[in-house]
Design a binder for this molecule. Sequence first.
Ligand code: HEM
Length: 516
Amino acid sequence: MIVMLKALSASVPMPSSTSLAHLSNIQLPASKAAIWTYTTIAILFALLALEQSVYRYKKKNLPGDTWTIPVIGKFADSMKPTMEGYMKQWNSGALSALSVFNIFIVMASSTEYSRKILNSPSHAEPCLVHSAKQVLLPDNWVFLTGKEHVAYRRGLNNLFTHKALGMYFNIMDSVTRKYINRWLADAAADSTEKPIMMTVRDLNMETSLRVFCGSHLPEHAAREINDKYWAITVALELVNFPLAIPGTKVYRAIQARKVALAWLELAAKRSKEAMSQGKEPQCMLDEWVTLLNDPAYKGSRKEFSDREMAMVVFSFLFASQDAMSSGLIYGFQHLADHPDILAKIREEQSRVRPGQHDRPMTLEDLDQMPYLKAVVKESLRVKPPVTMVPYLATKAFPISDTYTVPSGSMVIPSFYNSLHDPKVFPEPDALLPERWLDPESPANKNPQNYLVFGSGPHKCIGIEYATMNIALVLALASELTEWEHVRTPRSDKVRIIATIFPQDGCLLKFTPRRHA
Ligand code: HEM
């Protein structure tokens, strides 16, 4: 940002030395100059005092700095967010206040307040970071609110039925095997440890694109979308240079989106053609087209343009790519660091699929693996990919008996404290899948604390999809490979790029697993 501002000022035409000399010849009477100076200083002081008064008026009794840094507020902190910084804020109170560039922000860190924000659509609605609207396009369905949003989303829920998930699972299985073989081949060629940050992202992107678009997307198109997608991830930081001018992250992300949308539109067109020729559905788009063509379909809309379908697919990609990568990477890290848990996953595998490593795994297999499912749930709890979601108070929001969030403020439910509440999750930082296997455990008795996927009308639409995909990848990797985690001082430190990742990218060494 600072670099950008410097770059901008460099591009503003500066008066030449002659014109400066000319200006220096203009003589203001001393008293007039003094009046100008004093008036300017007085206005500045008045504005600064007003800024502080507005901040304190809005903040009222909430914890938070008594004074806000003039103009920028906590901008410096938001440029380089750290888990420690967030935790300090969350632990300062169930509700706390801060200001960034005069945007007043109320942070909620308790389960009660976070859920209240997520479940009060008449007072608060999601407000993705500014760059998200530029990247996703303002007419994307994810920005709908109220009844319109409910109706649109009801139609999309049909894409995640058990039957549809079963088809997606087959695709996930084959893409995952392809990547596992590639990882093993790479490791055979060079056995040193490597960060899995990017390789897992690649796996995840190909899985999503093949599940969403099947073979309607050419191989080189999938590669191009994948190559360009990192530009979108890095543009999603909480604070970004707001103008999409060449050279900025947001500009690059918009170019990447244009490429992705063009290919996704083509996939939608091809899917419609294939379904009109009576072909069997092979991916999510096909499933959608078939559903819309079904005379029994009762949804409110039966027509979606190629562009609208592409926008939906892109919204899924956008919502899932980073969170899924985070969930998977921590899944690998957790299992490598807990060999006892990995051993139990393998025991379960050999019970459900004895000696059948080459047979594609099915959703029915997964249904018989409660331990694996518990591991995934627990891994996402310990390291929730999404720690908070920004919402906007659309009107004065009486969130507690003593505090009303002013209209127009940002109000941010955060999930970390709910997911690490020691009363609900004893030993909250420990990975204990067993806590999900006992129906009477405090974890199972307090489902309201499990906010990994949010809550309310905007709760994640891809919960089953996400959890089954993470489970499948970990299951196949456990069956087919051994992996060693090379720990570094940064393995347990968190890097925040919208979602969370181990700072060292999780360094693993893969070897093939020898089956007895
Ligand atoms: C581990 C993986 C994932 C995590 C942790 C995650 C988490 C979340 C969270 C916290 C929200 C906001 C909920 C709220 O405001 O209450 C959300 C929304 C959403 N997620 Fe996910 N998600 C994941 C994977 C996916 C996948 C795989 C898809 C699609 C296939 C998806 C699609 C969406 C969509 C479309 C929304 C917006 C829903 C709406 O506004 O109605 N997510 N997700």
